[in-house]
Design a protein around this ligand. Structure first.
Ligand SMILES: [Zn+2]
Length: 159
């Protein structure tokens, strides 16, 4: 979470770039939308700095930021402390951990949707079979966004 301001500048540039990219993306590359949206979601709502309560991504959740309270309290923090392995900033486990952290909420919303919306529980399997790849692409997008974040942290810290 070092150099918060430099970091937000970097993050905001990434978000603007992503919007631009999504806007000009040629039709033949439509298949990249889930990755790009995942990257956007990662940059705005969920990045390695979610281990810090005052970080921008957590604050962007607004009234729902309480969701991240436990993560910010419990995730081992990155820092100069050598005991600290910086789980939230791990290049692979960080993303996996955050995705798993949100999973119960995602499952809860899925159950609500299929149980109460048009009584559509019968569609669940069909929807799942159609959309699971899109879900993985979305997660891959979050991961790429996290990698860029870690790279930016590394660059900022090096100076
Ligand atoms: Zn960071």
């Amino acid at each position: 979470m070092s150099s918060g301001r430099q970091h937000s500048t970097y993050n905001h540039s990434l978000i603007i770039l992503l919007f631009g990219f999504i806007y000009v993306l040629p039709k033949e590359m439509n298949f990249l939308y889930p990755d790009l949206l995942g990257m956007l979601f990662g940059a705005v709502y969920m990045d390695p700095d979610n281990d810090c309560w005052l970080s921008e991504p957590i604050q962007n959740w607004g009234a729902f930021r309480f969701i991240w309270k436990r993560y910010a309290d419990k995730a081992p923090h990155r820092g100069n402390d050598s005991n600290d392995w910086g789980m939230s900033h791990h290049w692979l486990l960080g993303t996996i951990f955050r995705v798993l952290y949100l999973l119960p909420i995602f499952i809860g919303l899925t159950v609500l949707r299929y149980a109460f919306w048009d009584n559509s529980w019968g569609r669940f399997e069909i929807d799942f079979l159609i959309h699971w790849k899109i879900g993985l692409q979305f997660i891959r997008g979050i991961w790429i966004s996290d990698l860029l974040h870690i790279w930016a942290d590394w660059n900022i810290n090096r100076k």
